[in-house]
Ligand binder design. Structure first.
Ligand code: MLT
Length: 400
């Protein structure tokens, strides 16, 4: 017998659908040059310090045997992560609370495995689709109601322009709450005080927050928290996910990590212990070469070079935001995040605007409704393109 929950998914993965549409269009119009500002994939090559570390690690593997890596990640990488992202910033996270993985997407899907199939899940709306789809595949989301564009058993936290795209507490008590700040797709953030309220709420009702901080490197404003562990009490309610994809260009290299504090206990059981079992039983770690490359991100050179890349993408995002606002679009995001979230013109749906931009300007973005029903009438553009392509896309949109 198969897992029939998979059949409930209404379509394919959002970015796979977009990729297919763009491929069809470009096969039909091979003469058109398409500018892609859809998926948040990087356009700059890996920084020199990272490449050098990869070469060195590859040479080492030719002279010494490096077999299966540690399940939770090599100590040399966990040490620099703990020091660079947590203890060095005054946050109480220890080396053995860090689990290295091959990118945040897998863990954002797999973390559900340590919760009951009856656990009640809360997600923002709009939201990164992986949280929803993975819970649907595990049977926690109920049934997809096409007319509403929502799942029957999920708790939705609507994020509107009127609440600055920040979620509010739900009427119903959730067991697990997915939060992502800086947000994908809206680019919105919450202040430390707002995040503290969510931590207090989770501790009060016994919920667990799965906090996706993949875009932390893009924060520019001082009152925006870089980690949920800046909030008091987060060690007893929060799991944090980080990625090397967006801050260091590892989308094609694959590396990330998840933090589970040992104080996080539910049903009298340590979630750290459950996730250790999960990792030991289902994966064999991340390659030595990639982890060595990841450690190079924390060296002074690696930091400087990757920060330059982040600044380059942020400049694109700011250019998009300013140019679209000048053209009369209603825009948000692009200040602490590489994503700009815009209202589609007139009464156009998100997909109508997607087709319009693709066909008339040969520019690819991401339809807001692909992130959930509250994303309808919105559209996402990313700052991850090259500066030239970003300018070109804006020129074409302006001409339209
Ligand atoms: C996005 O474009 O939303 C992201 O790149 C997708 C991802 O990180 O998996």
């Amino acid at each position: 017998m198969i897992n029939k929950n998979y059949l409930k998914l209404p379509g394919s993965y959002l970015f796979a659908t977009i990729g297919r549409k763009v491929k069809e269009y470009s096969e039909a119009h091979p003469e058109k040059s398409i500018v892609r500002l859809g998926i948040g994939d990087v356009s700059l090559p890996l920084a020199p310090a990272i490449v050098e570390a990869m070469h060195k690690a590859a040479d080492e593997m030719g002279s010494t045997v490096k077999g299966y890596p540690d399940y939770e990640g090599y100590d040399f990488l966990r040490q620099v992560i703990a020091a660079g992202d947590y203890t060095g910033r005054g946050l109480d996270i220890s080396v053995d609370e860090i689990f290295v993985n091959d990118g945040a997407k897998c863990d954002s899907a797999d973390l559900g495995d340590i919760f009951s199939t009856d656990a009640k899940i809360a997600v923002c709306n709009p939201v990164y689709p992986v949280y929803v789809d993975s819970n649907a595949m595990a049977g926690r989301a109920g049934d997809y109601i096409a007319e509403k564009g929502q799942w029957s058993n999920l708790i939705y936290l609507p994020c509107y322009a009127s609440n600055n795209f920040a979620p509010e507490f739900p009427a119903e008590r959730p067991d697990v709450i997915y939060l992502c700040f800086p947000n994908n797709p809206t680019g919105a953030t919450v202040t430390k005080a707002q995040l503290q309220e969510w931590v207090d709420y989770a501790n009060k009702v016994g919920a667990v927050i799965i906090y996706d901080a993949a875009y932390e490197a893009y924060i520019t404003e001082a009152d925006v928290p870089r980690s949920i562990y800046e909030c008091e009490g987060a060690r007893t309610c929060a799991i944090e996910m980080r990625s090397f994809s967006k801050n260091a260009g590892f989308t094609g290299t694959r590396l990330g990590f998840t933090v589970i504090p040992k104080d996080l206990i539910r049903d009298g059981v340590s979630l750290h212990m459950l996730w250790t079992k999960h990792q030991e039983n289902t994966m064999n770690g991340v390659s030595y070469i990639v982890q060595a490359a990841g450690a190079a991100v924390y060296t002074p050179e690696g930091r400087r070079q990757t920060q330059e890349q982040v600044a380059y993408y942020m400049k694109n995002a700011q250019t998009i935001r300013t140019a679209l606002a000048d053209m009369g679009y209603t825009v948000s995001g692009g200040v602490n995040a590489p994503y700009v979230w815009l209202k589609t013109p007139g009464q156009m749906t998100s997909w109508e605007f997607f087709d319009y931009l693709l066909e008339k300007a040969n520019v690819v973005g991401t339809p807001g409704s692909g992130f959930g029903s509250c994303g309808e009438g919105y559209f996402r553009l990313t700052g991850f393109g090259s500066a030239e392509n970003t300018e070109e896309a804006l020129r074409r949109i302006r001409e339209l």
